[in-house]
Design a protein around this ligand. Structure first.
Ligand SMILES: Nc1ncnc2c1ncn2[C@@H]1O[C@H](COP(=O)(O)OP(=O)(O)O)[C@@H](O)[C@H]1O
Ligand SMILES: N[C@@H](CCC(=O)OP(=O)(O)O)C(=O)O
Length: 372
């Protein structure tokens, strides 16, 4: 099957501890290599893959010989700190069999909420993918306190899917998908193949049960599915041990539980820009830039900026106005006010020599802009 005809460009695959350990106390490398093979084959067919992997705590326990440590946050951080190195080493070795490099990204909630860090994380992800390198994401457990923790990798993978503008999120676990009751407690539970609406009755089915080493159970997978499908991303929950599971999910075969996406991503991003944080400043555009932005669907370049007002950092939402103050568009700035004061009216190619760095030619990228 020709994957480009299927239409998925970018896929986030989340692997739970239950999949990586196959229910044992150690990383099941024989199984991990098979998952790496499937992901590598997608990359070679032109579908970009972002891997969100759990397993650091399990790998840390294994590496230290299963120490009997009290169940405290600090000890989990200790295990994650030891295990993350082992985990990324394993993935790096397994993907190298297929000629692929990996890049590690350890994130926390704080990185995804702060607009500047969000943009930086997004740029790193895109840079890795643009160079054919698989981004491997996990929560930065060793530094994350409860306030800044996402807390579970299901939610983290959904946020990563939004971050990289994926069109499919695959959550792999130790069950065939979402059942109408916890299959561990109810052997007669039935697989739900299609979900079009996530409501309280569905959330009740997800219960609170968690596999031996997992975090959150189906409840966090449903939260993740809801976040992703509201942003226009399709979601599949399936068994990480089903043969060809990743490839089949990408080929739209009936695999596990499929969640229909609600809206298209652009609409949802527009809503975020309009309903998100208050605007922090204004950019006055010249007439050419106004035509480019409002009629030609272009990004805003520094050349078309006449003046800058407000104090803001990279990532702030700004109003794009004309010389009499009429607002034409709103969008997220890739440069701070200080940077923009220096580069306004200048050609994009000069940015690096003026600032000593550059975040790309677009000051407000098309994808981060709403034309009013
Ligand atoms: N309705 C349900 N359908 C499927 N699994 C459920 C359901 N309710 C609870 N679960 C539990 O969720 C567990 C998977 O979550 P978790 O242990 O966090 O795995 P992972 O490590 O893959 O994230 C399953 O082993 C299962 O017992
Ligand atoms: N960040 C932790 C995993 C947290 C988590 O959500 O685990 P899981 O439910 O197995 O996906 C780790 O690497 O051990």
């Amino acid at each position: 099957m020709n994957l480009s005809e299927i239409g998925y460009r970018r896929v986030v695959v989340k692997l739970g501890t239950s999949v990586l350990t196959s229910g044992s106390r150690q990383l099941d490398k024989a199984h991990m290599v098979e998952l790496a093979r499937q992901m590598a084959s997608l990359m070679k067919s032109g579908v970009e893959v972002v891997l969100c992997t759990s397993g650091a705590i399990a790998a840390g326990r294994e590496h230290l010989g299963y120490p009997s440590l009290p169940d405290t946050v600090a000890n989990k951080q200790l295990l994650a700190a030891v295990g993350q190195g082992q985990l990324i080493l394993a993935w790096s070795q397994l993907f190298s069999i297929y000629g692929l490099h990996v890049g590690q990204m350890l994130l926390t909630r704080a990185d995804l909420h702060d607009r500047e860090r969000y943009l930086n994380a997004r740029d790193s992800l895109n840079a890795l993918l643009a160079n054919g390198i698989i981004p491997i994401i996990n929560e930065n457990d060793a530094v994350a306190t409860n306030e800044i923790k996402v807390g579970d990798n299901d939610n983290l993978s959904a946020r990563a899917a939004l971050l990289c503008d994926a069109d499919l999120l695959i959550l792999l676990t130790d069950q065939k998908g979402l059942f109408d009751a916890d299959p561990r407690a109810n052997p007669d539970a039935k697989l739900i193949k299609q979900v079009v609406n996530i409501d309280d009755s569905l959330r009740r089915l997800a219960g609170g049960a968690v596999s031996g080493l997992g975090t959150g159970g189906m409840a966090t997978k449903l939260q993740a599915a809801d976040i992703a499908r509201r942003a226009g991303i399709e979601v599949v929950i399936a068994s990480g041990h089903r043969p060809r599971v990743i490839q089949d999910a990408v080929c739209k075969e009936a695999v596990g539980t499929h969640f229909t996406a609600l809206e298209n991503p652009l609409e949802s991003r527009k809503q975020w820009i309009l309903a998100g944080p208050a605007t922090k400043g204004k950019l006055v555009l010249d007439s050419g830039a106004i035509v480019a932005v409002t009629q030609k669907g272009r990004s805003l370049l520094s050349k078309g900026i006449v003046s800058v007002s407000g104090q803001f950092e990279r990532g702030a939402t700004l109003q794009l106005v004309d010389e009499v103050g009429r607002e034409y568009a709103r969008g997220m700035s890739r440069y701070s006010a200080k940077d923009l004061l220096a580069i306004a009216g200048r050609h994009s190619e000069e940015i690096d020599s003026i600032l000593g760095y550059d975040y790309g030619a677009a000051v407000v990228h098309r994808n981060d802009m709403v034309v009013l």
